[in-house]
Ligand binder design. Structure first.
Ligand code: BES
Ligand code: ZN
Ligand code: ZN
Length: 462
C-alpha cells in the first residue's frame, strides 16, 4: 500500500478529467481515431468512469476519467478517487486543471484510495499512482493521508490486539516519532491520582488490560489545544451487557481516540506552532465480579457525584475525568472526540460527524473548513433545557437518562459539565464506514479530524 505521490516521471500517463457539460465539445476536438475509441468503449463522463486511450501503436496515450456534474459530484466525497480505483496500475499526471479548492482534497482522496487493512490477510493491490500536481503541498497531503491511515488501522485492529496497553504503545510510538512526551497513569494509580471514573469503568478488565490515562504533550510554544479521545477498546456494555448485534462492532469504541491520534499526527508532522495535549482514557468496559454496577454512585475527579443508571453509558464517565484534567490547564481550545452514543448515528447516519459547540464563530470556522476538505460535520445543540434530564434525585448527575430522548444531546450536556469556562467542541462520531465508498473502504474511518485540522489556524489564531 503506497499512500504517497509518485515521483515525477516522464512516462506518467496524462490524465484528462472531463465534466459532463464539456464532454461534447472536448470529444469533437479530438482526432477521429480517439473519437472512435471512446465511442466504442461506451465511455460516459460520469463520476468514477475511467478508460485508457491508445495511440496508433496500441500503447496508451492518455487516460480519460469522468467528473460528472455538480449534482452527481455532490453525492461522492472523493470523485477523483472514484475514478482512480478503476484505472490500471501505473503512474498518472493530471492534464486538466481542477479548481484550486478541490485539488488538495481530490489528491488526498487519490492517496486514500490506496488504503488497505491487510494486517491479518494479504490482499493483492494494484494501485494507480499520481504525480503531485503543481500547487499541491505534497508533504501536507501525504501527512494527512498517513494520519487517516493511522486512525483506520487503530480502529480496524480487533480488541484482541488493541487493548488499553496497545493504545498506549501506539501513543508512545507517535510521540517518539515527533519528540513528544507521554505520561501514563495505570491501574490503581488512577485512584491515587484521583481519576475515579476511569478506574471504575476499566477495573473489571484483565490485569494486562488495566485502565489507564494516556497523556501526550507536544510543542512548547503557542496557543494550547487539548484533544480528549474516548479510548474504550471494547465496549461489552458492562453489567448492562449489550446484546450480540449491538456488541459486534464495539472494537471501534476507541474511534474517538484513534481520530484524536490522527489529528495529533497531522499537527505534529506539519509542525503547527501550538502546544498540543492529547488525553486518552483507555479502558475496556468489561464484565467481572468487580465491575461497576447500575445504581452505583461514583464521585468524579471534579467532585460531582454520578448515579450510574446504565453501565453501557461508560464513555461519558471516562471522558468526564479526562475533561476535568484538561480544564485544570485552561487550554485555548478543548476538543473531545468520541463514539459516544447510538443516538448520534440514528440522528445523522454514518457520513456526518455531529458536533456540539456554544461558540458560533468556532462553528462557522469549522463548517467552512469541513466543506473545503470534504469532511462533513453537522452541528447539534447543547440544549440547556434538557439539563434536567441528566439530574437524578440522589446524585448530581445521571449517566443514562431514561427514555433516551435526545440521547446524543444529553450525553453532550453531561460532558459540558466538566468543560466549564472553556472554548469547547465535542464530536459524537460513528467512526465506521458501513459500506465501501471511494477512498473510504468499509471499516474504521476518521471523522472530523481533517475539518478540525483545516480550521485550527483560524480557531487558534496561528
Ligand atoms: N459505545 C456506545 C455508543 C455507540 C453505539 C456508538 C453504537 C456507536 C454505535 C456507548 O458507550 C453506549 O453504549 N451508549 C449508550 C448510552 C445509553 C445507555 C444511555 C447508547 O447510545 O445506547
Ligand atoms: Zn457503552
Ligand atoms: Zn461506548
Amino acid at each position: 500500500m503506497s499512500m504517497t505521490f509518485a515521483s515525477s516521471d516522464a512516462d506518467a500517463l496524462p490524465l484528462h478529467v472531463v465534466h459532463q457539460g464539456e464532454f461534447g465539445s472536448w470529444l469533437s476536438a479530438q482526432p477521429q481515431v480517439v473519437k472512435n475509441w471512446i465511442e466504442a468503449q461506451d465511455f460516459t463522463p460520469a463520476v468514477g468512469k475511467a478508460i485508457l486511450v491508445p495511440d496508433k501503436t496500441g500503447n496508451p496515450a492518455f487516460a480519460l476519467i469522468g467528473y460528472g456534474n455538480a449534482l452527481t459530484r455532490s453525492r461522492t466525497r472523493f470523485p477523483l478517487a472514484a475514478a482512480a480505483a478503476n484505472l490500471p496500475q501505473g503512474t498518472y499526471t493530471l492534464a486538466t486543471t481542477l479548481p484550486d479548492g478541490d485539488l488538495e482534497t481530490e489528491t488526498l482522496g487519490w492517496l486514500l484510495s490506496a488504503y488497505l487493512f491487510d494486517r491479518y490477510k494479504y490482499k493483492p493491490h494494484k494501485s494507480a499512482r499520481l504525480v503531485c500536481p503543481p500547487g499541491v503541498d505534497s508533504a501536507r497531503v501525504e501527512a494527512i493521508a498517513a494520519a487517516e491511515a493511522l486512525t483506520r488501522n487503530l480502529i480496524n485492529t480487533p480488541a484482541s490486539d488493541m487493548g488499553p496497553a496497545d493504545l498506549e504503545v501506539a501513543a508512545q510510538k507517535l510521540a517518539s516519532r515527533y519528540e513528544g512526551a507521554v505520561n501514563v497513569i495505570t491501574g490503581d494509580a488512577l485512584l491515587k491520582q484521583n481519576f475515579p471514573l476511569v478506574h471504575a469503568v476499566g477495573r473489571a478488565a484483565d490485569r494486562p488490560r488495566a485502565p489507564r490515562l494516556i497523556d501526550l504533550r507536544w510543542g512548547t510554544q503557542g496557543p494550547k489545544l487539548t484533544v480528549v479521545g474516548k479510548g474504550v477498546c471494547f465496549d461489552t456494555g458492562g453489567l448492562n451487557l449489550k446484546p450480540g448485534a449491538s456488541m459486534a462492532l464495539m472494537k471501534k469504541d476507541m474511534g474517538g481516540a484513534a481520530t484524536a491520534m490522527g489529528l495529533a499526527h497531522m499537527i505534529m508532522a506539519l509542525q503547527l506552532p501550538i502546544q498540543l495535549r492529547l488525553l486518552i482514557p483507555a479502558v475496556e468496559n468489561s464484565v467481572s465480579a468487580n465491575s461497576f454496577r447500575p445504581g452505583d454512585i461514583l464521585t468524579s475527579r471534579e467532585g460531582m457525584t454520578i448515579e450510574v443508571n446504565n453501565t453501557d453509558a461508560e464513555g461519558r464517565l471516562v471522558l468526564a475525568d479526562a475533561l476535568t484534567l484538561a480544564s485544570e490547564d485552561s487550554p485555548d481550545l478543548l476538543v473531545s472526540i468520541a463514539t459516544l452514543t447510538g443516538a448520534a448515528r440514528v440522528a445523522v447516519g454514518p457520513d456526518l460527524a455531529p458536533y456540539f459547540c456554544d461558540d458560533t464563530e468556532v462553528c462557522h470556522a469549522l463548517e467552512h473548513a469541513a466543506e473545503l476538505v470534504s469532511d462533513p460535520v453537522w452541528r447539534l445543540p447543547f440544549w440547556s433545557a434538557y439539563e434536567k434530564m441528566i439530574e437524578p434525585e440522589i446524585a448530581d448527575l445521571d449517566n443514562a437518562p431514561s427514555g433516551g430522548f435526545g440521547g446524543s444531546i444529553t450525553a453532550a450536556l453531561f460532558l459540558r459539565r466538566f468543560a466549564q469556562n472553556q472554548r469547547y467542541v465535542h464530536f459524537d462520531i460513528y467512526g465506521w464506514n458501513p459500506s465501501n465508498a471511494p477512498a473510504r473502504p468499509k471499516g474504521g474511518v476518521g471523522m472530523g479530524a481533517r475539518a478540525l485540522f483545516q480550521a485550527l489556524p483560524n480557531l487558534l489564531a496561528i
